[in-house]
Design a protein around this ligand. Structure first.
Ligand SMILES: [Zn+2]
Length: 241
């Protein structure tokens, strides 16, 4: 009896909740139709997908390869002010909308599952958060993105391999040069992870939400490249090309 009432009861509760709290598009606020997730069809079509994951000379790859010996780099979309991707990322970072991370990561994973250079990676490494920020936010948005990506890539996620140190200086108070210097001091490899040879001669895919100057991602890549025989690639959700 319980098994037949259970699903009916659950469906009824979901119907009541959807009437009381209709699912709305994060882009325009319109009520979502069945089958739509986070964004309505119109807003989804506004996402400025880069579609250049297989181009080794795409804008982000050109910037990063000029500075550091990485394998590949790409971003899922162009970052535009007031755009729908900015709205999703803002909700993810500042309004506890964790589902946005899986959603964006899921799209990234779909884009990469046919991008052969990225399929050769062994591990996904989310850009770490400062411990205080992690405690305050409750989650690392780059980890959620990596988890969404991994639905399609089926790799191992290393969330403890790369760490961010306790640097209490606010980055917002610094100029661009200072931020670079700060970034150069704040990331390091977890010594516990380096005790074994498990990570030697592996290909790491660093995962970030937005890449702007590239200082943070480059510094993280530099750390990963210290692992013997390592190769590193980079993927971000958005890049202001
Ligand atoms: Zn919409």
């Amino acid at each position: 009896m319980q098994s037949s009432i259970g699903p009916w009861f659950k469906k009824g509760i979901q119907d009541i909740l959807s009437c009381l709290y209709p699912r709305c598009c994060q882009g325009c606020g319109r009520k979502l139709l069945p089958g739509e997730r986070l964004l309505c069809g119109d807003c989804f079509r506004q996402i400025p997908f880069s579609r250049n994951e297989t181009d080794p000379c795409n804008p982000l790859a050109s910037i990063m390869k000029a500075r550091i010996p990485i394998q590949e780099a790409a971003a899922l979309c162009r970052f535009t002010q007031q755009g729908v991707v900015q709205t999703l990322l803002h909700g993810l970072k500042y309004r506890k909308q964790k589902g946005n991370g899986y959603f964006l990561g899921d799209m990234a994973g779909r884009a990469l599952r046919t991008a052969s250079p990225f399929l050769q990676v062994d591990y996904l490494v989310p850009v770490p958060l400062h411990p205080e920020k992690l405690q305050k936010r409750g989650y690392n948005q780059s980890l959620l993105i990596a988890q969404g990506m991994n639905r399609h890539l089926q790799k191992e996620i290393c969330e403890d391999l790369l760490l961010k140190s306790e640097n209490r200086q606010s980055q917002t108070r610094k100029n661009r040069v200072s931020r670079w210097e700060n970034a150069s001091e704040s990331f390091f490899l977890n010594p516990d992870c380096l005790q074994t040879e498990r990570f030697h001669h592996k290909h790491f895919l660093l995962v970030d939400d937005v890449v702007t100057t590239g200082a943070t991602s480059i510094r993280c890549c530099q750390e990963l490249l210290k692992i013997p025989g390592s190769k590193v690639s980079f993927f971000a959700i958005a890049h202001p090309e």
